[in-house]
Design a protein. Structure first.
Length: 170
């Protein structure tokens, strides 16, 4: 949950180039191409684009399906509590992201300069996802929409760094 990693990645890329690396596959996030240049993920993307000695593939996945089992979308007390309203997302499995990364690394020339938006098979609202989880698990899981500022404040109070909380607010 860091927001200040771009400089460290740049140093790593310098070292990779010095060591003879010629291709990098970078895991970014969906819609980062539209993000401000000073955000870490977009800054790393722009750094890669500026390096003539490296080819690259940029992977921009949607939210991970694993968020429902491992992170902030994990049902707690029979509910998924997150400020998503009726918005839908085409959640993607982390294994599918890894499979795409493997292909880009195995054949870098075929993927030089590529930018891939990785999504799952269909867009689901959190409410629809909760129903699927309920049906599969046999446990009643509900979706509770929550005020974004209240949610971010609770996340920060629970240990999420404040600067990362600003990202959650956007």
């Amino acid at each position: 949950m860091r927001t200040d990693f771009a400089d460290q990645v740049s140093v790593f890329l310098d070292g990779a180039e010095d060591a003879g690396a010629r291709h990098v596959t970078y895991l970014s996030a969906l819609r980062r191409r539209l993000g401000a240049a000073e955000t870490a993920m977009r800054s790393v993307e722009l750094d890669l684009l500026s390096r003539p000695g490296l080819t690259h593939a940029i992977l921009r996945p949607a939210w991970f399906m694993q968020n429902f089992s491992e992170t902030f979308l994990k049902p707690m007390g029979g509910a998924i509590v997150v400020p998503a309203g009726k918005g839908a997302e085409a959640f993607v499995d982390a294994e599918d992201i890894a499979a795409v990364a493997s292909v880009t690394l195995a054949d870098p020339e075929a993927h030089a300069g590529a930018e891939y938006a990785l999504t799952g098979p269909e867009a689901l609202t959190i409410e629809e996802a909760a129903k699927i989880i309920s049906d599969v698990s046999g446990q009643a899981i509900n979706y509770t929409d929550i005020d974004r500022d209240q949610w971010v404040a609770a996340a920060v109070a629970g240990g999420v760094p404040a600067d990362y909380g600003a990202i959650l607010r956007s």
